[in-house]
Design a protein around this ligand. Structure first.
Ligand code: C2E
Ligand code: CA
Ligand code: CA
Length: 670
């Protein structure tokens, strides 16, 4: 059994092979049972023959006994003749005398009688022996004058008849058996094929290709397999679809997501190359989206994004691509449109659609976009280049205000690269301590003594050399690095003041510049406040520009009132309103270099300076003139009553040590 089991395991049968094997086993079984059945039939035929022979022989015996006369057998000759003739199984009958010599034969020929045939006494005859014998005999008793004589009747069986009898029986059975089995086999194969093999093959194909739907099956098990396959495929399809949606679409806005945008653009680039067509890449960022989120909550923020997505889709052609690139960033690919005036029109349509307000309770919002535009292939040969340059352009748009679009230009890119480089240098400088403070003397015009100095930061990179503050301060303000820088500047200048307070420079006032962003740095102001315990507050002056007051109405400056001086820097360049000055306790007003530059050439500027100095005087402010380069400039300022001057006339900003020497030398001389 195990061998067979292994055989099947190894071989692995098809259902066809399996059912043929089964059929062969069935036919073998049929044959065996047929053999058995045939034997049974044979036996019953024999029994009938035997019974017939037996009863007939009794009649025969009686007849012979009654009619035979001694030495005269003619009486029964006729009888025996008809008897043998009517019995198909009896070939002939011999009558033998007591000494077993034949005296009569039904065919009147006694010469061919012999006793060596298989002959059996009737009394010993039984059904199972009927087939094995050639003849049987019986002893017949005849009385002659009371003396009994014995005759023998030998009855020869007609073997030919007997055999043919069985042969036809056998033939009939075999024919019926074979034909019925053939029919049955064909029927079975047909049924198995139709109801098992074909459905199985169909199910196999269905499981593999799953495309064409299957008709229902007759057989329950197959039907349930088909049904569950169908359900599985259905579920698979919908899951597949969901997965596809999930992987290509942004779940919130249902726009293409970043990944599928990249794929789409790659595809469009190939197509554009083939058709020699251009397209336009718009990178869009919602203005102040963070503010919307913070004031109205994220749920409303989501609602805004959905509404905006719909408006964007409605503003462009169906064939154009709208994708959500990130939080509040969108990308639109305009196919076929590649002329600035066409783009302008489309953007105007977008802006018009955006004007339809999104309502939240009482408030109604009309979000705007900053848009950067890059053209394929002019501004980028692949997705990343297009994105980068459109982003640069968007950045530029953002810096120019809100609701503005900007076409990419190489100049923007260079500026951005420069910015990135400076950002890295600042980062490095903060880590490696590449910043230094230089000090520029401030000279009292009347006494010609140095009374103070302005601390001016320098970035001295070991590789790039000196980077002027005009270059890196605006970058630091954008990147928020100004906070770290400001803390360093104050730490360093306070340390310097402390040092000078103990030296021959004692009493010198150090002015430190502060940017608008630094005003909100609590840590910085806490530090300044604490430092007033270590240095004399009157030796520190903080310089602020007017722009500070435009953006911030309330700030830390108002909170610290510890005797630190305040100077209003770059006066005259901004909005120049003295009303700002009234609100803060300024001590100094610094006249911007641009007015000093033209003081000799431009009478207008000359008047302006005179007016400023006079007004400052009435407000009890001291004036400091910046960028004084010539004696002539200084003399006019002296004439106007300006208090202090600062500029190359006395000195450029100097490193601390040089400044100390310069100071001692200068004040000794004058
Ligand atoms: P600012 O506050 O107006 O500084 C005066 C600028 O004029 C300095 O430029 C100084 O070197 C320059 N200057 C002075 N006298 C003359 C002159 O006679 N002729 C010419 N041509 N220039 C003169 P600097 O040092 O390059 O600083 C530029 C700006 O960077 C400063 O303008 C200030 O706004 C900012 N800054 C400098 N240091 C710091 C700092 O530590 N913190 C902050 N927040 N800003 C700083
Ligand atoms: Ca200044
Ligand atoms: Ca200034």
């Amino acid at each position: 059994l195990r061998i067979w089991g292994n055989y099947f395991k190894m071989k692995r049968l098809s259902i066809k092979q399996f059912s043929i094997t089964l059929l062969i086993i069935f036919i073998l079984y049929q044959m065996i049972s047929f053999g058995y059945f045939y034997k049974r039939v044979l036996y019953s035929i024999n029994s009938i023959l035997f019974e017939n022979l037996k009863t007939d022989s009794v009649i025969l015996k009686e007849n012979i006994e009654k009619n035979i006369r001694f030495a005269d057998i003619s009486n029964i000759a006729a009888f025996l003749g008809t008897y043998s003739a009517t019995h198909p199984l009896i070939d002939k009958i011999y009558l033998l005398n007591e000494s077993k010599k034949p005296i009569f034969s039904t065919d009147r020929d006694i010469s061919n009688f012999s006793l060596n045939k298989r002959c059996l006494n009737l009394r010993k005859l039984s059904a199972d022996k009927v087939l094995d014998i050639d003849c049987f005999y019986m002893k017949v008793k005849v009385y002659k004058k009371l003396t009994p004589y014995f005759y023998y009747a030998y009855i020869i069986i007609d073997k030919k008849y007997q055999n043919s009898l069985f042969k036809t029986h056998l033939l009939n059975y075999i024919v019926i058996f074979i034909i019925s089995n053939i029919f049955f086999g064909i029927f079975l194969i047909f049924v198995i094929n139709k109801f098992i093999i074909t459905p199985l093959e169909q199910l196999r194909q269905y499981a593999y290709y799953s495309n064409k739907p299957l008709q229902s099956f007759l057989i329950n098990e197959f039907e349930s397999i088909r049904y569950s396959l169908k359900n599985t495929f259905h579920r698979l399809k919908s899951e597949q679809y969901k997965l596809y949606e999930l992987s290509t679409k942004d779940p919130l806005t249902k726009l293409l997501n970043r990944n599928s945008l990249i794929k789409e653009v790659d595809r469009i680039i190939l197509e554009s190359n083939r058709l020699k067509q251009n397209f336009t890449f718009l990178f869009m960022d919602i203005d102040d989206f963070k503010l919307i989120n913070d004031t109205y909550g994220h749920d409303f923020g989501d609602k805004v994004l959905i509404s905006i997505s719909k408006k964007l889709k409605n503003s462009v052609r169906k064939s154009d691509i709208v994708a959500r690139f990130g939080g509040d960033e969108f990308v639109i690919i305009l196919l076929g449109a590649s002329k600035p005036f066409q783009i302008k029109k489309i953007i105007e349509k977008i802006q018009k659609n955006m004007k339809i307000p999104i309502k939240k309770d009482e408030a109604s919002l009309t979000p705007t976009f900053s848009i950067g535009i890059a053209f394929y292939p002019k501004d980028g040969k692949d997705f990343h280049e297009l994105l980068k340059n459109a982003d640069i352009a968007m950045y530029k748009a953002k810096n120019s205000g809100k609701n503005i679009y900007h076409f990419f230009s190489l100049k923007d890119e260079n500026k951005l690269l420069e910015k990135i480089k400076i950002e890295q240098l600042i980062k490095k400088a903060l880590k490696e301590n590449n910043f230094k403070l230089y000090y520029q003397p401030q000279v009292d015009i009347k006494t010609n003594k140095i009374v103070g100095c302005e601390a001016l930061i320098r970035l001295i990179d070991p590789i790039e050399g000196l980077i002027p503050p005009d270059k890196f301060i605006p970058v630091a303000e954008e990147t928020n690095q100004i906070i770290q820088i400001g803390r360093w500047v104050f730490q360093e200048s306070i340390r310097q003041i402390k040092e000078w307070e103990k030296s021959r420079l004692r009493g010198i006032k150090v002015s430190v510049n502060i940017s608008a962003l630094e005003l909100n740095d609590e840590i910085l102001f806490q530090y300044i406040k604490n430092s007033m315990k270590v240095i004399d507050a009157k030796n520190l002056c903080i310089e602020l520009t007017e722009s500070v007051f435009i953006d911030y109405t309330e700030n830390n400056i108002e909170k610290i009132n510890l005797g630190i001086s305040l100077a209003l820097d770059d006066f005259g360049t901004g909005y120049s309103s003295l009303s700002y000055v009234k609100n803060l306790p300024f001590n100094y007003l610094k006249i911007d270099k641009s007015f000093i530059d033209d003081i000799l050439k431009d009478p207008q500027d000359k008047i302006f300076i005179k007016v400023i100095i006079d007004m400052a005087k009435t407000m009890k402010l001291k004036t400091i003139a910046e960028g004084v380069e010539t004696k002539e400039q200084r003399d006019i300022l002296k004439e106007f009553g300006c208090d202090i001057y600062q500029g190359y006339l006395s000195s450029k900003p100097l490193p601390a040590k040089d400044f100390e020497n310069f100071f001692l030398e200068w004040n000794k001389e004058s």
